[in-house]
Design a protein around this ligand. Structure first.
Ligand code: CMC
Length: 439
C-alpha cells in the first residue's frame, strides 16, 4: 500500500481493565480516514464485528471514488458528468484499466484490440443450446462467462501481467457478444456475429436487433444512449459484486470465474436486479391506476409490514441524489423525444413518483434519493431491451470495473486471501447422542 500512516493514532480502550491498544491511521487522497486494525486480534484476541461492511474498508483502491453526501462519483478523479458528456465507453474502459485517459493513438490501438476480440469460440453456441429458451439471461451469463475459462487457457496465469491484460480485453470484448447471444437464444433467432466496422455500442445493438433477413441500420441517439448506460455503470468502487469479484480473486481463481461470481452477486434485486424490479414496479402502478395511485403506493412502501420497497430509490453510499440518476433521467428524455414518445406514461409516472417521494418525510429523513436504476429501465425499454436483460446490460458494463478492481488487487503486494471472521453464537462443543436418545 502506497499510503503511509499519519501522525495521528487511534486508541482503543476497554472497560474491563484490558490495556488500551493503539492503531495507525491512514489518510486517503479524499474521503474518510481509516484505522488499520490488522493487528487487533494479535494484540487483544478480539475481532471487530461489522456485518454488511458498514464501517470497514476491505482494501485500498485508486480507481473510483464516491462522495455519498455530495452525490459525487469520480472514475480515476474525473467526475462522471464530464466522462458521460466528453468520452465514449471504451475511453472510459481504458481510463479505469490504466489510470489515465487515452490519447488519440492509444485510443485507436485500444479500440482495435477490443474490436478484434469480440468473437467467442464457436463451440460456445453449442453450450448455449443446452439452456431452456426461457432461462433467465443472468443464469445464462453466469454460466457462459464462467465457461470462458474452459476456452481461453492461454490467458489464465494470474501472476503474469500480460495474461491479465489479455483476459481483461477478452472479457470487455466478449460480454456484449454473450449478452446478445443470450437474448437471441431467448427469442429463437439466429446469433448475430460481431462486426468490426462498428463502434462497441453500435456493434452490441446490431448483435441484439439485426436479423439475417434484412439490413439493420443503427440509430445514433440509441447508440449514444446505450454507450452512456455503459459509462454510468462501468464502476462503483467496493459494491457487493465488486467485493465478490475481489474475494473470489483473492484465492487465486481465474478472472473468468471471478467475473462469473460478480455476475451472480449482481443478479440480486438489492443490487443490479433493481433496474428490472424498478420497471416492474412502475408497470404495476401504471396498470393499477397510474399517477392517481402514487399516494396509495407510497403509503404501502412506508408500511414496514408490507415488504414493499420503492425500487430504484436508496443507496448504501449515496445520501444525496445519485449523479448517475440525473444523467440517466436526461438520457431517458432524449431517447423518448427521439422516438416520439414524449408522453410515455411510465416516464411521467416515474417523475411524479420521484417528486412525491422527495417531498415525503419518510424519504427525506432517511436520505433516500433516486439511484441509477430508477430511470434506466425506462430508457432500456424504449431502446427495445427486454426487461429480463436489464441486469445483463449492467453486467456487461460493470465487467470493466470488476476486472480493473481484480487487477488492482492482484498487483497489490499486500494482497491476501479474503477470510472474514465471525461472532459465533451457536452451540458449544457437545457429544453426538445415540439415535434412540435424540428428541
Ligand atoms: N424503499 C423504502 N424504504 C427504503 C428503501 C426503499 N427503496 N431503501 C431504504 N429504505 C429504508 C429502510 O427500510 C431503512 O428504514 P429504517 O431505518 O426505518 O429501518 C432505511 O431506509 C435505511 O435502509 P437500509 O436498508 O438500512 O439501507 P442499506 O444501505 O442497507 O440498503 C439498498 C441500500 C440500496 C439495498 C436499499 O436502499 C434498497 O433496497 N433499495 C431498493 C433497491 C435498489 O434500488 N437497489 C439499487 C441500488 S443502486 C444500483 C446498484 O448499486 O446496484
Amino acid at each position: 500500500m502506497s499510503v503511509k500512516p499519519s501522525d495521528v493514532k487511534a486508541t482503543l480502550s476497554f472497560s474491563d481493565g484490558t490495556p488500551a491498544v493503539e492503531f495507525p491511521l491512514y489518510k486517503g487522497t479524499i474521503g474518510p480516514d481509516v484505522i488499520d486494525i490488522r493487528s487487533l486480534y494479535g494484540k487483544t484476541g478480539k475481532f471487530t464485528y461489522d456485518p454488511g461492511f458498514m464501517s470497514t474498508a476491505a482494501c485500498n483502491s485508486s480507481i473510483t471514488y464516491i462522495d455519498g453526501d455530495k452525490g459525487e462519483l469520480l472514475y480515476r478523479g474525473y467526475p462522471i458528468e464530464q466522462l458521460a458528456v466528453n468520452c465514449d465507453f471504451l475511453e472510459t474502459c481504458y481510463l479505469l484499466l490504466n489510470g489515465e485517459l487515452p490519447n488519440a493513438a492509444e485510443k485507436d490501438k485500444f479500440v482495435d484490440t477490443v474490436t478484434h476480440h469480440t468473437m467467442v469460440n464457436e463451440q460456445m453456441q453449442y453450450f448455449f443450446r443446452g439452456f431452456r429458451r426461457d432461462a433467465h439471461p443472468m443464469a445464462v451469463l453466469v454460466a457462459s462467462v464462467g465457461a470462458l475459462s474452459a476456452f481461453y487457457h492461454d490467458s489464465l496465469d494470474i501472476n503474469d501481467p500480460h495474461h491479465r491484460e489479455v483476459s481483461a480485453i477478452r472479457l470487455i470484448a466478449k460480454l456484449p457478444t454473450l449478452v446478445a447471444m443470450a437474448y437471441k437464444y431467448s427469442v429463437g433467432q439466429p446469433f448475430v456475429y460481431p462486426r468490426n466496422d462498428l463502434s462497441y455500442s453500435a456493434n452490441f445493438m446490431r448483435m441484439m436487433f439485426a436479423v439475417p433477413a434484412e439490413d439493420y441500420k443503427t440509430n445514433d441517439v440509441m447508440v449514444r444512449a446505450m454507450d452512456r448506460i455503459f459509462i454510468l455503470h462501468a464502476d462503483h468502487e467496493q459494491n457487493a459484486s465488486t467485493s465478490t469479484v475481489r474475494l473470489s480473486g483473492s484465492s487465486g481463481a481465474n478472472p473468468f470465474a471471478c467475473i462469473a461470481a460478480g455476475i451472480a452477486c449482481l443478479w440480486g434485486p438489492a443490487h443490479g436486479g433493481a433496474n428490472e424490479a424498478a420497471l416492474s414496479m412502475l408497470e404495476e402502478i401504471n396498470r393499477n391506476g397510474g399517477v392517481a395511485k402514487i399516494g396509495e403506493f407510497v403509503k404501502q412502501v412506508k408500511d414496514k409490514n408490507s415488504g414493499v420497497k420503492l425500487m430504484g430509490f436508496g443507496h448504501r453510499v449515496y445520501k444525496n441524489y445519485d449523479p448517475r440518476a440525473k444523467l440517466m433521467r436526461e438520457t431517458t428524455h432524449e431517447v423518448l423525444n427521439a422516438l416520439g414518445l414524449h408522453d410515455d406514461p411510465l416516464f411521467k409516472l416515474a417523475m411524479a413518483l420521484e417528486k412525491v417521494a422527495l417531498e415525503d418525510e419518510y424519504f427525506v429523513t432517511r436520505k433516500l434519493y433516486p439511484n441509477v436504476d430508477f430511470y434506466s429501465g425506462i430508457v432500456q425499454r424504449a431502446i427495445g431491451i427486454p426487461t429480463a436483460l436489464f441486469t445483463g446490460i449492467f453486467a456487461l458494463a460493470r465487467t470493466v470495473g470488476w476486472i480493473a478492481q481484480w487487477n488492482e488487487m492482484i498487483s497489490d503486494p499486500e494482497q491476501k486471501i479474503g477470510r472474514p471472521r465471525q461472532l459465533f453464537i451457536g452451540s458449544q462443543s457437545r457429544s453426538v447422542p445415540p439415535m434412540n436418545a435424540r428428541k
